[in-house]
Design a protein around this ligand. Sequence first.
Ligand SMILES: [Zn+2]
Length: 66
Amino acid sequence: MAIDPVCGMNVNETRAENVSVYKGDKYYFCSVVCCEEFERDPDAYMYADPDDLETCYRDDAFDCDD
Ligand SMILES: [Zn+2]
């Protein structure tokens, strides 16, 4: 299973229809909506730790870098 980085849903990568490649890595999405959202601003979704998603998720005004 892969994790949809936009909404956090589990995605079966063998059946995923919405895939994006960013910096050499493949990302899988539950829907084309999430895929398009990701491609609009991929760096906003580069948090590996789900805990970070809670605080940093799509808040452009929030500076996630220390
Ligand atoms: Zn999604």
